[in-house]
Design a protein around this ligand. Structure first.
Ligand code: FRU
Length: 479
């Protein structure tokens, strides 16, 4: 599997479709896999939703609820679910054509259980100028009363408008001179969001790029600005080569947000693919290959003169909470073994840690995961450099990929508060860091030869104060 697709909420269910090749654990002819959840945490696998056909493989795309039946594809007065996805025509690509990526439509009138491909596909044909023409993300623009499709087109995005989800006209383009351009643009997402604590609404545009991420390979940048129904105009500061990142880790790619979250809920919910094209095809797993990040709730806040996205795991993860132990307050010099003192930390866990240190010193501290094979993963903060880091160089055999464990990965600290807060979610093969209430996030995967069985806190150079801390074990999402 790779990208999440078709994220939509409908009749009590969160749908998660995803890029899926059922025939192998490497990328191949793409289908849409399908899972549903009632709480974003426990998921049920459903049969494959979309199979490739004569028009091509089924690449990434989105699903919306067509509440007013603008498409005319609904049944019995119920709104249909409409999927817009990219048809990737392999034969046309091999034949050297330029227009092998086109947008197709499929609809469902049974809560996403079965899908019918629209007879008039493709609904949006590639004009042929750019080969990369994919990953439609559709939203209902309430102010202008039209559907808006954001499409990734090589090195920019295009906005297309429609009244019926079937006929599309080009509204505008954005991005050739904005943001990071280390690789091709993919999987965009445009949405309005209220600035936290105000009544102001801004528009956020997510754009994944591969390669060109802050720590190499795949990553997701974002822009904040205005959208007037035609053009997206970014705030100052988003010039060429200046970008903000949803996540600084190596393993959060192609993430987009859920459609049709009820207004009473009001959240902007996001999920990403927890891998990186630098090594996604060769990670040392057997019956599975890669996973999604935790579902996250995105907020927009004005911080250090700019609007920034903050991400937090959804509160629903409380449903997984197991045993809890309080850690500290205590001073950490060298190291402090959490597992030995609390008995927790042998499996998936959530850590909540708040640190402080004396003025004038610059500690380097964090969390170390260890196993009996001598393998170590570190996630920490270096006060001197004012940055977070993730170090998986010694976290397991790294011979499957040169790109995987070659270096330490860094993320800037954005908040400047007196204390530093880390929320860390650990699974057997991943670490998700939400620092300073989600101002900086880092998601990284690792493959130890045996499970990590011990967690310790460390402070390498100077002492650091753990003001407040807790660890909870997390239960399996598979009940
Ligand atoms: C991103 C991506 C998309 C494409 C899909 C194919 O990871 O390359 O642009 O639609 O994966 O699987």
């Amino acid at each position: 599997m790779n990208d999440p697709n078709g994220l939509v909420y409908f009749k009590g269910e969160y749908h998660l479709f995803y890029q899926y090749f059922p025939g192998d654990i490497v990328w191949g002819p793409m289908h849409w896999g399908h899972a549903v959840s009632r709480d974003l945490v426990h998921w049920k696998h459903l049969p494959i939703a979309l199979y490739p056909d004569s028009l091509g493989y089924i690449f990434s795309g989105s699903v919306v609820v067509d509440w007013q039946n603008s498409s005319g594809l609904g049944q019995d007065g119920e709104p249909p679910l409409i999927a817009l996805f990219t048809y990737h025509d392999m034969a046309a690509e091999k034949a050297g054509k330029h227009d092998f990526q086109n947008q197709g439509l499929a609809f469902s009138n049974d809560r996403g259980r079965t899908w019918v491909k629209y007879a008039g596909n493709p609904v949006l044909h590639n004009p042929g100028k750019y080969k990369d023409f994919r990953d439609p993300k559709v939203m209902w623009d309430q102010l202008r009363e039209q559907w808006v499709m954001t499409l990734a087109v090589k090195d920019h995005v295009e906005f297309w408008g429609s009244k019926d989800l079937k006929k599309w006209t080009l509204l505008s383009q954005f991005g050739q001179n904005h943001g990071a351009h280390g690789g091709v643009w993919e999987c965009p997402d445009l949405f309005p969001i209220q600035v936290e604590g105000t009544s102001e609404t801004r528009w956020v545009l997510l754009v994944s790029i591969n390669p060109g991420g802050p720590n190499g390979g795949s990553a997701t940048q974002y822009f904040v600005g205005e959208y007037d129904g035609k053009n997206f105009v970014p705030d100052p500061g988003f010039d060429a080569d200046s970008s903000l990142w949803v996540d600084y880790g190596r393993d959060n790619y192609a993430g987009v947000t859920w459609s049709d979250i009820p207004q009473q809920d009001g959240r902007r919910l996001f999920i990403g693919w927890m891998s990186n094209w630098d090594y996604a095809q060769v990670v040392p797993t057997a019956s599975w290959r890669s996973a999604m990040t935790l579902p996250r709730s995105l907020k927009l806040r004005k911080a250090t003169q700019r609007y920034r996205l903050y991400s937090q795991p959804v509160q629903e993860i409380q449903a997984l909470y197991g045993k809890k132990a309080v850690i500290g307050p205590l001073a950490i010099q060298d190291n402090y073994n959490i597992t030995q003192t609390t008995g927790l930390g042998k499996g998936p866990a959530l850590l909540d840690l708040e640190f402080a240190w004396q003025e004038g010193i610059q500690p380097d501290f964090g969390l170390r995961l260890k196993n009996p094979n001598g393998e170590i993963y570190r996630i920490g903060f270096d006060a001197k450099q004012n940055q977070f880091y993730s170090d998986r160089r010694l976290a397991g055999p790294n011979t499957f990929s040169r790109a995987f464990g070659a270096s330490v990965h860094f993320a800037p600290r954005i908040e400047t508060g007196k204390t530093l807060h880390l929320k860390i979610v650990l699974d057997h093969a991943s670490c998700e860091l939400f620092a300073d209430e989600g101002a900086t996030t880092m998601t990284e995967i690792f493959f130890p030869s045996g499970h990590f069985t011990e967690i310790e806190l460390y402070s390498d150079k100077e002492p650091v104060q753990l003001v407040r801390g807790s660890i909870r074990s997390l239960n399996s999402i598979w009940r």
